[in-house]
Write a protein that binds this ligand. Structure first.
Ligand SMILES: *Cc1c(COP(=O)(O)O)cnc(C)c1O
Length: 352
């Protein structure tokens, strides 16, 4: 008999990364368009001198810095190799075979993958008619086997955001032994003050955790670093299932340099958010249905036209992220790149 990997992995979908096409603008991975700040580049170059050494396995300096910034004890923080690694670690930390992990669908494509890797069962609750989380339906879908609920806020790929009052109503309905993980990868782009800061609930409740990343607003997608903040016991388990040394030394240094440069980086996010509102407005004017978005991307619920639309924009040298049969997600970039996308979107409508 040949060697046989786990049969249950056969049905596992692969993570589909946004495409990169030479000569085309990439609006497919929700990256920020500005390159690294000079101060961050300098810190990385200096850290490169010590690349023969292993990184700090406990990521202590960065974790301590985050704990101080958020007014949390350091034992409630876990740093990971991007928050996608932390999604997997938190499922491994919480779930065994046949435990249920609940999340909205469509949402971040990693959730079903990391759930199945752990041998747990994904439970998908459809988004509501406005492409937003249906928190009432999610609360009603919790069973005695549910161990963890992901709430992606703002939601990837639709951009919609859960507001404070509805989130609190939901949290009040979740049993105390179920962990709610607020995935806030895009929180820095949210401009509506009613979009909550998940860390408020980490401080006030014992079953809420937050995931954040340096990949999006902080512009470090290539370096791989994110963090978890949550109940101390869960943070400890998340650190246990960490692949040793996977947050590399350059990532640790660059994350701290980015915290030093935070005002500059958040100012960039404001520009992106303003562009987002402009792009959404112009798409609606062109006749598209575009849900409300608080992230650095817009969602076009084009259904079975999604792939055709993406092919059309690609022919116009703009790469977007299509989800077959569902919709297209378009990352907001600089003004000129956004205009090239808008031009392609308008010409699609006039051709079809
Ligand atoms: C991009 C993203 C992440 C994490 O990205 P990393 O680069 O792994 O830190 C997590 N959650 C959502 C919803 C994302 O879109």
């Amino acid at each position: 008999m040949p060697v046989q990997p786990r049969v249950d992995l056969d049905s596992l979908p692969s993570y589909v990364a946004g495409r990169t096409v030479p000569g085309a603008i990439k609006l497919s991975s929700n990256e920020t368009p500005g390159g690294p700040l000079p101060s961050v580049k300098k810190a990385i170059a200096e850290a490169a001198e010590n690349m023969n050494r292993y990184p700090d396995i406990s990521v202590a300096k960065l974790a301590g810095r985050l704990a101080e910034k958020f007014g949390l004890p350091a034992d409630q923080i876990a740093v990971g190799c991007g928050s996608v690694a932390l999604c997997q670690q938190v499922v491994q930390a919480m779930c065994g075979v046949d435990d249920e992990v609940l999340f909205a669908w469509r949402s971040f494509e990693s959730y079903p993958i990391v759930t199945q890797i752990a041998g747990a069962a994904p439970v998908r609750v459809p988004l509501d008619g406005t492409h937003a989380h249906d928190l009432d339906a999610m609360a009603a879908s919790i069973t005695p086997r549910t161990r963890l609920v992901f709430v992606c806020n703002p939601n990837n790929p639709t951009g919609t955001a859960v507001r404070r009052a509805e989130l609190e109503r939901f949290l009040d309905r979740v049993p105390e032994d179920v962990l709610v993980v607020l995935d806030e990868a895009y929180t820095e782009f949210a401009t509506d003050p009613d979009v909550p800061d998940g860390l408020d609930y980490v401080r006030s409740r014992d079953n809420v955790a937050v995931l954040r990343t340096f990949s999006k607003a902080y512009g470090l997608a290539g370096l791989r670093v994110g963090y978890f903040a949550g109940p101390a016991a869960v943070a400890e388990a998340v650190r246990k299932v960490y692949i040793p040394f996977s947050v590399n030394s350059l990532a640790q240094i660059a994350a701290m340099a980015s915290l030093d440069a935070e005002p500059e980086l958040l100012a960039r996010c404001e520009v992106i958010a303003a562009e987002r509102d402009r792009v959404r407005g112009e798409l609606i004017e062109a006749g598209y249905d575009v849900p409300e978005t608080q992230a650095n991307f817009v969602w076009l619920p084009l259904g079975d036209k999604a792939l055709e639309f993406a092919e059309h924009t690609l022919a116009n040298k703009v790469v977007v992220r299509a989800f077959a049969g569902d919709g297209v997600r378009v990352t907001i970039s600089h003004h000129d790149e956004n205009d090239l996308f808008l031009h392609a979107a308008r010409s699609y409508r006039s051709n079809s």
